[in-house]
Write a protein that binds this ligand. Structure first.
Ligand code: SF4
Length: 274
């Protein structure tokens, strides 16, 4: 095969996923929560790294159910039937497991919604009277956010919303390219090229983040590489998490028209561009 015929190397996007979403029977009741979109559609383009906190910390299947109890910011993981408190056991397991996950270089994580161990958003937290409020985050995702703060995170339920799905997929690809930059070209010049290449993507999400990142790149000489990368990476992932709107996309398309105007001859331009 000639060089021209060779296809560029395809990225390996590696996503952590709650194991039960892949159809594995690891839930407390012995069942699973197979998600067809993840397995049959997204699964064709990514490599899964399945994680089941409850089974991996040594609990059997089936097992007693658990819930979050107490302070929403620091809830306890309790099995109400036996009264057993699993909080420290899961935190200790999670910190060790996250060292392994950091080493395999994930590009995102998809969690099972509503789970006290794995749920990311609006997990029920029970007060002392047994009344639930949907205000919590599961014990494992909380540890993931601490250890890998830039990693794109989502829940399987929210991925059925097309805008959230598109946003998540875009974030995992940009995060993939960000980690490649840090490994392969960790220089101010590499950062400038990355910033230029992602201009329109960022503007479609958050022009204010794009501008703040531009100011940061311009000051590159007065910051250490670590300071630059930490602040730029945080702004990058924060900005991309802002959802695009028709207005922002229109603005980006108008920018693109400016580029095309240069490339098209007068004869082939629409008259409104004259
Ligand atoms: S929600 Fe999490 S802890 Fe529960 S079965 Fe699924 S992967 Fe395991």
């Amino acid at each position: 095969m000639s060089d021209e015929q060779k296809r560029p190397e395809e990225p390996t996007i590696r996503l952590g996923v709650s194991t039960c979403l892949l159809g594995e029977e690891v839930r407390y009741d012995g069942g699973h929560k197979l998600d067809q979109f993840l397995v049959n559609t997204l699964g064709r383009f990514v490599e899964w790294v399945p994680v089941c906190p409850e089974v991996e910390m040594g609990l059997p299947t089936p097992r007693e159910s658990m819930r979050l109890v107490g302070d929403a910011e620091a809830p306890r993981l309790i099995a109400p039937k036996s009264g057993q408190d699993y909080t420290e056991r899961m935190q200790t397991w999670a910190r060790e497991r996250l060292e392994e996950l950091a080493a395999v270089q994930l590009h995102g994580f998809i969690f099972k919604k509503n789970s006290p161990s794995s749920g990311l958003f609006r997990v029920r937290v029970y007060d002392q009277k047994g009344m639930p409020r949907r205000v919590g985050t599961g014990i494992f995702p909380r540890e993931v956010m601490d250890r890998l703060p830039l990693l794109p995170l989502e829940e399987e339920g929210r991925l059925h919303d097309m805008r959230l799905r598109e946003n998540f997929i875009e974030r995992i690809f940009v995060y993939y390219r960000w980690t490649r930059l840090l490994q392969e070209d960790p220089t101010p010049g590499g950062l400038v090229r990355f910033h230029t290449a992602h201009k329109l993507t960022l503007m479609a999400h958050s022009p204010s983040h794009y501008q703040a990142m531009g100011r940061l790149v311009a000051q590159a000489g007065s910051l250490t590489w670590e300071e630059l990368v930490e602040t730029y990476g945080r702004l990058l992932m924060e900005g991309l998490a802002v959802l695009g709107t028709p207005g922002k996309h229109t603005n980006v398309l108008q920018h693109l028209m400016g580029f095309l105007k240069e490339a098209l001859s007068r004869r082939t331009r629409p008259s409104c561009w004259a």
